[in-house]
Design a protein around this ligand. Sequence first.
Ligand code: 6PG
Length: 656
Amino acid sequence: MPELREVRDGVVSNIRKLLFQVLILGRKSGSVARVHIIMGVSGSGKTTIGKSLSEKLGLPFYDGDDFHPPANKTKMKAGIPLSDEDRQEWLGAMNRLILEQSRQDGAVIACSALKEKYRLALSKQLESPLSWIVLRGDFELIHDRMMARKDHFMPAGLLQSQFEAMEYPAYGMHLSIEAGPEKLVDAILDYLEKPEFGLVGLGVMGKSLARNLASKGVRMALFNQYVPGKEEKVAEKAIAAFPELASSRGFEDLHAFADSLSRPRNIFLMVPAGPPVDAVIQQLLPSLSPGDILMDGGNSHFEDTDRRISMLSSYDIHYLGIGVSGGEKGALTGPSIMPGGSREAWEKLSPYLSAAAARDKHGQACCTYIGPGGSGHFVKMIHNGIEYAEMQLLAEAYWILREGMQYSPERIADLFDRWNQGDAAGYLLEITIKILRFKQDGRLVLDEIADIGGSKGTGSWSLNAAAQLGVPANLIGEALFARYLSSFKEARTEAAKQGGTVSAPVQVSEDQLHEAYQLARWINHHQGLEVLKAASNQYGWDLKLPELTRIWTNGCIIRSSLMETLSRALMGAGQALPAHLFLVRDHRTALKEVVVMALKAKLAIPCLSASLNYLLGLSSADSPANLIQAQRDFFGAHTYRKKEDPFGKAYHTEWE
Ligand code: 6PG
């Protein structure tokens, strides 16, 4: 007769197995499966634990040792440690196995995965983040175990080399092997039953990001506040509506939500920037523990992020301010992700954030650690500043064609389509073409939209930052003010009665317009990058422009072939800004022509004109700033410097 305890354990184990099968079935309906890697040095118990875990989960088990080519096994038997080169072929085979298993139901794999670069090789092209179970123990314990082991090709003498090579990851579940296999497997099962990622706020972006992560097999807990009559059972409804969320858990009680998560907790806040972020943090704080990680994925002001980082560090809670770009669709299918703040937190979360991000041309994630403090949100803010000017430049090109050259919307769309086949290609141009063709009930929707541009803050913050850092980002300024000016609808309508009529046609060619547009875009990007460079110096962030532009080549709103070119140029030039790239481009005549002609026709083209002014100012050795200095000295004794020594001694003149 089996003992009562054994019967009970058997029942619990079967229920667990069933639960994991349900999770796997849930995944099948809309997400990729997770592969669990049991990693550690030789002799840490990977095979024993892996086999037992695989049985409990009802998943196949593979031992990484079986995938070594014979030459490696011979080398190890002879007591010679493997080199990185020896491991290449083996890592390739393991990566293929992992990819194959992730397309099925998942698997448990024992694999030493000693170095970070090996782990990256194992994860190559994988859509879901690997689930890492890290076995840790001290040298003596493992050595004794190995001495007792028979029939294994790895002699105990190699253990020292394994310890030397081991780079323990910051991420994953770390276990001390002292506990013994049974307890360890139980602990792993407990961990795997719990959601590993929490998300607060199921608005447009939050819901999309939750679906994105869940589709990669990430176990999610979702929280949305309960607002009677307005927001009721939001998480539950989302889980029912989207198959990829089937194995997620929904909450309306913040404490229960926090309690459901595996420790340390990873919680993504997707709530509107400003006071709502502080409010959620305050509500969550009593349920959090030291070591937990909070991430703010909204468009928060970088100084707020700085403040939250210091406040939470006094509770030993890590905080990441994460710029997420790509709108609703991007958040769902792969945004560009810009995390800044706690590096430790980034190292723990990089597998998740990278899995959720878009891929660049070379298959790398459009996600990189930006730097400390509020740098992630600062970079996202400047992304938006560049976005404002990109949008305005497109609006001006459209306006010149429509009002100044009397093109129909279809004709403009056709022209933009041709531009989109070449160096002007980009997401914003792409959506503009679609907008220009979008009709409902035979009417162009664009023509029914009031011409009053809205904004939510990042544009004006970008301009403030540029001004404070002393960077002339006049395109961001003009783009922002064009939106503000557009809101003076009544005043504009009134003033237009006194002779504001456009005198068409604007005498420029399509080629000239294209060249002017491209040159202005060069200048816009150049200015944005200059702001980032200045901020990096000012705040000591050590921003890496080649990496920043790389993660903007896909997923984000300003992705474009120009960004690809910039990223390539910066990779070659390091941190040096490619100012020469636009200065040598001979589109200046076209820009001048377009600006003059459009202004003559009474068309307001603030960003195109601003780019011409910037270019003229930047390429003039002499400027009238000497008069400014004379005036300053005249009325305020501010002093001036002399032409023969422009950065030297200060002079003052008694002007009267
Ligand atoms: C993005 C967008 C996104 C949002 C802007 C819009 O990168 O995904 O920039 O962040 O659409 O904040 O800003 P405005 O409402 O100020 O135009």
